[in-house]
Design a protein around this ligand. Sequence first.
Ligand code: GLV
Length: 324
Amino acid sequence: MKPRVLVTRHVYPAAIAMLQERCVVDYVDSRDVMDAERLARKLSLAQGVVCQLTDPLTADVIAQAPALKVISQVAVGYDNVDVAAASARRIVVTNTPGVLTEATADLTFALLLAAARRLPTAERFLREGRWQRWEVDLLCGRDVHGQTLGIVGFGRIGQAVARRAKGFGMRVVYASRRPAPDDVAAGLGARHVPLDLLLKESDFVSLHVPLTDDTRHLISVPQLCAMKRGAILINTSRGPVVDERALAAALDEGLLGGAALDVFEREPEITPELLQRDDVVLLPHVGSAVTSVRSLMCALAARDCDAVLHGERPQHPVNPEVLV
Ligand code: GLV
């Protein structure tokens, strides 16, 4: 009998076609977000689920899915999945790292440049018909070249951001639990420093850590106060890594020069004070939003879900210990 797979939301069609070859697919081809109750109901017969970061795969939901063998997340981050609860049931959890590294690093750099050179403000100024003439001090921003970039979290994406920074002639420091191998750090011209030193030295601080209990509000009042005056904070990781209210207050106090955010604490809600500020660039969680990348992410998740359900090894298990 073919295994049953729930696909919780709209994905690129090739992923569905691929799953349908060997599975019975319950495809919820919708743009809406499923709440926990509906998700649990839809999962009652499923052996596999292809899910997204909006799906609450909590311990409670997992407990209501007795046949579940695999949770395949269409994203690199999987903080919406209770991996401990899944592992306790020997349910494999997979994600989609690698394919989105360069796209996310590109978007990070786009945000850095947009904040430094005030691109959204300048574009609004033009579209609103306010541009009259060239002026020597019109919409001046700040330098990128020669500035210090502090990268917090030095995994694939953090390192890809460092590569871009090198090309822009920036000095790079990074903070991470484990320093990168010497040759990797040397190749990127990046120096490992403690977080407090990074915050003190950096003109731009960019966050690239996963969301865990340890990184929730990693950037809050003490860290914002420790940042160099006028520095710009960039977040393309997960919203709750930054205490958004504290960030709004720090901007208000003039401690920071600005912020550029692709992710938020309570998506899609945005702290209203941030929406009102001109020194904040805001994007709707589009870090990896490149058509080829997103379709590869869907395909990877589908393939790993199918693999587990057919006794094959998935490419990207996040809890490989349950496979042995
Ligand atoms: C997107 O945010 C992802 O984690 O892939």
